[in-house]
Design a protein around this ligand. Sequence first.
Ligand SMILES: NC(=O)c1ccc[n+]([C@@H]2O[C@H](COP(=O)([O-])OP(=O)(O)OC[C@H]3O[C@@H](n4cnc5c(N)ncnc54)[C@H](OP(=O)(O)O)[C@@H]3O)[C@@H](O)[C@H]2O)c1
Length: 264
Amino acid sequence: MESSQNYNSELKGKIALVTGGTKGIGKGIADRLAQAGAKVIVTARNHPGDVDLQHHFIAADLTVASETARVIGKINEKFGTIDILINNMGGSTSPSGGFGALTDLHWENDIQLNLLAPVRMDRAVLPQMIKAQNGVIIHISSISGISPLYESLGAYAVAKAALINYSKSLSKEVTPKGVRVLTVSPGMVKTDTMEAFLGSLAESANTSVEAITQNLMNSLGGIPMGRMATPEDVAELVGYLVSPRASYLSGANYVIDGGTIPTI
Ligand SMILES: NC(=O)c1ccc[n+]([C@@H]2O[C@H](COP(=O)([O-])OP(=O)(O)OC[C@H]3O[C@@H](n4cnc5c(N)ncnc54)[C@H](OP(=O)(O)O)[C@@H]3O)[C@@H](O)[C@H]2O)c1
């Protein structure tokens, strides 16, 4: 039996871009891809400061349309063609409180951040991947795109649902041209942003973070695994999906939620 696969260098020679790769899930993914030998470029609005960042960093606000071309131009000039694109950046910028709390601007902001920014990024990167007949694009969505949480994440969930649909559609179009497109939908992941989100929910509900965490887990129907995911849990899945070991995978949405979603 062949057991000589060396996962530690399986991405050697690959150029990977991870949007929002300075924190949370994105940082976990960036570190995992670098461990597998990829040259990793991360973007975010702010440099992570004193955090030990081993990746190439480009500052950009990708909700601003013109920033995408600048980032891609810079990467092409300095490193060459992008082989792996992880559209990780995203999040909710809206208040909780259900439909009545959301203005048009909240809707537009969440759609810009979670849907239009990845769409623009794909549009900029795909011509080079198609030309090379090689590439993998991952969209980081969320289980809220499948199982909405109307109280606190209404507009975000809609944007993530649209991202899943778009990702499937794109895979149909470009898989025949050599580019694999996949979606990863995490459940609750223990990041700083998640902790801050739980903290603000607890404050507005005048309760403890523990109680609000349990509430949120209950509203999802519970997490059978009994804990939130870590960024590393998600990164391990992404590390596999972009590797040559996953060469037949395209068009699917991978839920990573410790068993949360109750449906088949
Ligand atoms: N955490 C969870 O429980 C969870 C669950 C399901 C899905 N997700 C999804 O997983 C992804 C990562 O989530 P996370 O919790 O790890 O996020 P996070 O810790 O808040 O990190 C977000 C990253 O994106 C960057 N970013 C935010 N807005 C940006 C903008 N306009 N332009 C450029 N970069 C921007 C941030 O850096 P700057 O602030 O410096 O720009 C940071 O690097 C998101 O798509 C999220 O929706 C998360």
